[in-house]
Design a protein around this ligand. Structure first.
Ligand code: TYM
Length: 331
């Protein structure tokens, strides 16, 4: 049986970019009914920057509901909250012990985030990828579906696993990243050279899965394009239109060539109107399901089951790791 894991930080907004990864996971689940799916809310990662406790609690719950609303099958998914499985911290610490500081300092996400933290940075922002490696290596994972921005963290995870295995003996499975060819990097709507990000201070740069219909449509209508007036895919020359084609493709499931052909004689305005309709039609039903799930009591049952399942696997692995390293007592 193949096993898969992925996580999202509960930092408030779930953008169209995050949604593309979740949608990819939903598709993987439909195509591979025999895979074991572990999905978690990365709340320990969220506290690398300061959070408001009331909002954070709410965001954790909301994100869990969102996963199910996006179409993950709750009967086939082990959904859990990272902080409820303490072995994540335990293995994260072990990973810190085999990760030279220079390797962590080279992570581009760390370098980007570092410059944005005006009030100084927390140590955990640097050690974050070691925790992320722990998240994955605890579970003998085959595949990790993520967006393009997590590629470097996945490479580090693989390196750390290989290093541990060669130093202490075969312990970890080496995971493969699964980066979809559409939707892996959704760009900002007002600056298509930047990744769409929930931490962007300008709300016109992103669509939140929970935005209302008018906002969703207006964001697409106002997306920055170019003045050429012809629709085709070229990330260098036409980053705005290429981004919209990517969004169209990951939501509709049509490949980019088919979409380009369909709109070869259309204006940007006609193309954007259709895309606005497609995105709204995709997200409105998700919002409806999301509100229903939040009102019901199934969420806690799902999260309890997920936590218990994860703890069972993770306990075995951390004990094996401690044993290989010679910490604790011989058992
Ligand atoms: P996070 O919360 O930043 O993002 C969650 C997922 O969304 C993807 N993503 C995007 N995909 C396409 N276009 C975008 N503009 C875009 N922005 C974000 C991310 O690649 C990610 O897949 N470190 C992770 C959470 C994490 C994790 C893990 C993931 C912690 N441990 C173990 C997988 C396995 C993060 O901060 O994701």
């Amino acid at each position: 049986m193949k096993r898969l894991i992925t996580g999202v930080q509960p930092s408030g907004i779930i953008t169209l970019g995050n949604y593309s990864t979740i949608k990819n996971v939903v598709k993987l689940q439909k195509d591979n009914p025999d895979f074991d799916f572990l999905i978690f809310i990365a709340d320990l990662h969220a506290i690398t920057v300061n959070q408001d406790r009331t909002k954070l609690r709410q965001n954790i719950r909301n994100l869990a509901a969102m996963y199910i609303a996006c179409g993950l099958d709750p009967k086939k998914t082990h959904l859990f909250i990272q902080s409820e499985v303490p072995m994540h911290n335990q293995l994260g610490y072990v990973m810190e012990c085999i990760a030279p500081i220079g390797e962590l300092e080279r992570m581009t996400q760390y370098k980007d985030k570092k410059v944005k933290q005006v009030n100084g940075i927390n140590t955990s922002l640097l050690t974050y990828p070691a925790l992320m490696a722990g998240d994955i290596l605890l579970y003998d994972i085959d595949f990790v579906p993520v967006g393009d921005d997590q590629k470097q963290h996945l490479e580090l995870t693989r390196n750390l696993a290989e290093r541990f295995n060669s130093r202490f003996g075969e312990t970890f499975k080496i995971p493969e990243p699964l980066i979809s060819n559409v939707g892996a990097r959704i760009m900002s709507l007002n600056d298509p050279h930047k990744k769409m990000s929930k931490s962007d201070p300008n709300p016109k740069s992103y669509i939140s899965v929970l935005d209302d219909e008018n906002i969703i449509k207006n964001r697409i209508r106002q997306a920055v394009t170019d003045s050429e007036g012809v629709i085709y895919y070229d990330v260098e020359k036409k980053p705005g239109i290429s981004n919209l084609l990517n969004i169209y493709s990951f939501i509709s499931g049509d490949d980019i060539n088919t979409i380009v052909e369909k709109y070869q004689n259309a204006t940007y305005q006609q193309f954007k109107e259709d895309l606005a309709e497609i995105v709204a039609n995709e997200l409105i039903p998700v919002q409806k399901r999301y509100n229903e799930i939040l009102k019901s009591d199934i969420l806690d049952q799902i999260l309890d089951e997920g936590r218990d399942y994860a703890i069972k696997l993770a306990y075995k692995k951390i004990m094996k790791v401690y044993h290989k390293m010679g910490i604790g007592r011989k058992r």
